[in-house]
Design a protein around this ligand. Structure first.
Ligand SMILES: [Zn+2]
Length: 371
């Protein structure tokens, strides 16, 4: 997500905070300190109210992180790599590199998060009871955390894709029909209806006087609807490209250039007379980099005759490459992560081809025609 600050790693998973998370932290501390804790016990005084609010928010942050770590660790154990976890306005998101490969894995990964939340809900509630005789303040914090974790676990089990419950629904449909594509389509449809439901109930609430809670609910509904659409697209792409080796879709008939070629010659003799938009830069049989139209744009026109391709290319050590045996779904993932349009396909130090976004999307279009 753009606007994310990476704060560190936990058990090998990168943890990020989206700036929208700060909004939630602020709102939460403020409403706990000025509303919730004063209602529990006005006699504690404002200082204590703010401290309790801070502690509760910190533990809530840890709870959401624990929910996402639940997904991440189960996914990793079942062979699905996890890149990172981001906390944002509506909670957390564990960023799995690809969809789980079987309905059973999907089911395990989807249930892991809510299971952690429900366990935490039980733990916090029991702990709250235990300390209630010695510290009323600690008991208030713990029982509140118990309720929030219970809500977090139950909310995520609502069967609207891409919520965890929606993933559970998809796993069941996938198991029954054997078709990931059909299961995704049905789960997405249910997700869309649930999103409309949230928006409708939220707006009714807002109109009947509960403005803030109503608008909040409508916003969650709107977010769920968007998430359903983009998750469906991601799943469709993933399913279409899964198990297709890069070598079947890559371009092999490549023109290459040398690093000493001037930018002027590169533009007039290569770019203008070819469909190819990215050229491997080679010294003999060894690749040293990649030069594209985007690199040329950074050089002012008058400097073209005196600048060489070697000066403007992206050198090999900074280039994202992919082996020909790798999956096309992985190629799409690397393209998206690096924000580039093509990858050099390299086999044992030799350039064997190039694969672009266009190559992958063409495949998807053909799959759609055949469906
Ligand atoms: Zn979850």
């Amino acid at each position: 997500m753009p606007g994310t600050v990476w704060i560190g790693r936990l058990l090998g998973v990168r943890i990020g905070l989206h700036y929208s998370w700060l909004l939630i932290v602020f709102l939460l501390i403020w409403s706990l300190a000025t509303d919730y804790f004063p209602m529990q016990n006005a006699g504690w005084g404002p200082g204590t109210h703010w401290i309790l609010a801070g502690i509760t928010t910190l533990l809530l942050f840890a709870s959401v992180l624990a929910h996402e770590m639940g997904h991440a660790l189960v996914a990793r154990r079942r062979g699905v790599p996890v890149d990172d976890i981001t906390l944002f306005l509506f909670g957390g998101l564990a960023n799995l590199r690809r969809d789980p490969q079987s309905p059973r894995v999907e089911l395990a990964v989807a249930l892991a998060g809510p299971a952690v939340s429900l366990l935490l809900a039980g733990g916090f509630s029991i702990l709250g009871r235990v300390v209630s005789s010695s510290s009323v303040a600690a008991a208030a914090v713990l029982s509140l955390l118990g309720s929030i974790n219970l809500a977090l676990g139950l909310f995520n089990l609502i069967p609207g894709f891409p919520l965890d419950g929606g993933r559970v629904l998809r796993a069941f449909l996938w198991l029954r029909t054997g078709s990931n594509r059909q299961a995704t389509a049905t789960a997405t449809r249910v997700g869309r209806w649930i999103s409309y439901g949230f928006i409708g109930i939220g707006l009714l609430d807002a109109l009947s006087g509960d403005l803030v809670a109503g608008l909040w609910m409508a916003m969650i509904g709107w977010f769920l609807g968007n998430a359903a659409e983009s998750s469906e697209l991601q799943s469709t792409l993933d399913a279409a490209l899964r198990g297709v080796p890069v070598s079947t879709l890559m371009t092999t008939d490549l023109q290459v250039v040398g690093p000493a070629l001037s930018v002027e010659e590169f533009v007039t003799e290569r770019l203008m007379v070819s469909h190819q938009r990215a050229f491997p830069v080679m010294v003999g049989a060894n690749p040293v980099g990649l030069v594209t139209l985007a690199d040329v744009r950074k050089v002012p026109r008058p400097s073209w005759p005196t600048t060489t391709v070697g000066q403007i290319m992206v050198p090999l050590d900074r280039l994202i490459t992919i082996p020909p045996t790798e999956d096309c779904a992985e190629a799409l993932h690397r393209l998206a992560r690096a924000g580039v349009n093509q990858l050099l396909v390299v086999d044992a130090g030799r350039v064997v081809g190039m694969i672009s976004r266009a190559d992958l999307l063409r495949r998807l279009e053909i799959e759609r025609l055949m469906a």
